[in-house]
Design a protein around this ligand. Structure first.
Ligand code: SAH
Ligand code: TYD
Ligand code: ZN
Length: 406
């Protein structure tokens, strides 16, 4: 097995077995069979990039029916409005600035840029969500970003001041083509800004459900700096973000174009002190994950046996790993409620738990709710205070299995 960044040797450290495409919710009339792949993770002995061992073909994940909507969380809507305001104030201040977003989804970030009248383009292969962005006044190019697409955008729109991507670069195994494309598209002093789940937080919180088909890479400052250098870029800034269970925003500029800020050296030193990318650390993470799986299954089986009513909250892509790795089906979690229209009335991939509309949660409240969207815990618990007031108890499994009751 070879590293997708540098062709170095991969050392496997965690195995989640046979897994479905995480966002492939099964419709009642779907002919099947479902597509499965082997979900396992390794770390490169040379460049230290943590990555999946098997790649799912991109068309199986990102297509017209891709259900995920960036706008599904109020906290994330606020986060992306803040991102846009900051880009407008810092990087998009020249005479006729131009920003390209990779994976713009339903336009949650670019909407603010469009409203400011700034030139922009969202690149989005999933047609359904891309049309939602267009309906909000965002300019969208349908298709996958890669080196060839970058040349097309440059020819049509000229160079970009910023290429921005949230929760998208980590989804793309073909990073060589992406970074060549960014190099083609960026003006000489331009920057690539991207934010993705942070390996440091995943390991610290044992948040193993960040590992699924769409999340191919698990970035940290150490591996991103090495990746950047292979393509003539330098890591010039890093910023830790509280969203999605802990992310880092990385800023890359062409080598020599900008002086790296002090946060870069700090995070690199922190990662080294924690031995973050060493196989022993990652194997210890895998052991904690296996122990958490056993306690989650034991808890849910106990609740079933005593006749408690349980449901799931948030049919996340992340939950595919939890449900399929733990063998949790409708016997343990009879349904999951979720706000996403394209998931409702369908079954979770592989585990076949029905997804219902949010109103099903309170009709009547269950005794226990398994919080599968734990990364939105604050937002959800603030919205659902009546659940605990009615005697309900949340079940969380990050950083370990624990209950939050009245
Ligand atoms: N940026 C949004 C969406 C993240 S989901 C947010 O943070 O909420 C990842 C998105 O990346 C999906 O909408 C998917 O269709 C898109 N995507 C996947 N591969 C891509 C590629 N090669 N180029 C551009 N977008 C891509
Ligand atoms: P998210 O954790 O953002 O991402 P992923 O699918 O990549 O793991 O998904 C949140 C899911 O939870 C999404 O399907 C919408 C749903 N959701 C609710 O049902 N209610 C809520 O209040 C929030 C914030 C999310
Ligand atoms: Zn490597």
């Amino acid at each position: 097995m070879e590293c997708r960044i540098c062709s170095g040797r991969l050392r496997p450290f965690a195995d989640f077995g046979r897994q479905p495409v995480s966002d492939a919710f099964v419709a009642p009339g779907d002919p099947g069979p479902e597509f499965f792949f082997h979900l396992a993770v390794g770390v490169c002995a040379d460049c230290s990039m943590v990555q999946l061992l098997e790649e799912v073909p991109r068309e199986k994940m990102f297509h017209d029916g891709y259900p995920y909507l960036s706008s599904g969380s109020a906290v994330m809507r606020e986060h992306f409005a803040g991102v846009a305001e900051r880009l407008l104030a810092t990087e998009l201040t020249g005479p006729d600035p131009f920003v390209v977003e990779l994976g713009c989804n339903d336009g949650t970030m670019l909407k603010t840029i469009a409203e400011a009248g700034v030139r922009h383009l969202g690149v989005e292969p999933s047609g359904g969500v891309g049309r939602r962005a267009a309906a909000r006044g965002v300019r969208v190019r349908e298709g996958f970003f890669e080196a060839a697409a970058a040349a097309g955008i440059l020819a049509e729109d000229g160079p970009a001041d910023v290429v921005y991507a949230a929760n998208t670069l980590c989804h793309i195994p073909y990073m060589d083509s992406i970074l060549r494309g960014v190099d083609t598209l960026l003006r000489p002093g331009g920057v690539l800004v991207f934010e993705d789940p942070y390996l440091g937080d995943i390991v610290a919180r044992a948040s193993f459900d960040q590992i699924y088909d769409e999340h191919f890479y698990f970035f940290c400052a150490t591996s991103v700096r090495a990746m950047a250098r292979r393509h003539g870029f330098e890591l010039v800034d890093v910023e830790r973000l509280p969203v999605h269970g802990g992310e880092v925003r990385y800023t890359l500029a062409r080598q020599g174009a900008r002086t790296p800020g002090p946060a870069v050296a700090r995070l690199l030193a922190e990662e080294e002190a924690a031995r973050l990318t060493e196989p022993a650390t990652l194997r210890a993470f895998a052991s904690r994950v296996a122990a958490n799986r056993d306690s989650l299954v034991a808890l849910l089986e106990g609740l079933r046996d005593e006749g408690a009513r349980v449901c799931g909250y948030g049919a996340t892509a992340k939950s595919a790993t939890v449900l399929n790795y733990c063998g949790i089906g409708p016997d343990l979690v009879p349904f999951i409620c979720d706000t996403t229209p394209a998931k409702q009335g369908r079954l979770t991939p592989g585990s076949h738990i029905p997804v219902r509309e949010p109103g099903a949660f309170a009709d009547p409240y269950p005794d226990y709710a398994l919080l599968l969207a734990w990364n939105h815990a604050e937002e959800i618990m603030a919205k659902e205070t009546a659940f605990r007031e009615a005697g309900g108890t949340w079940i969380l499994y990050v950083p370990e299995v624990h209950l939050m009751g009245a």
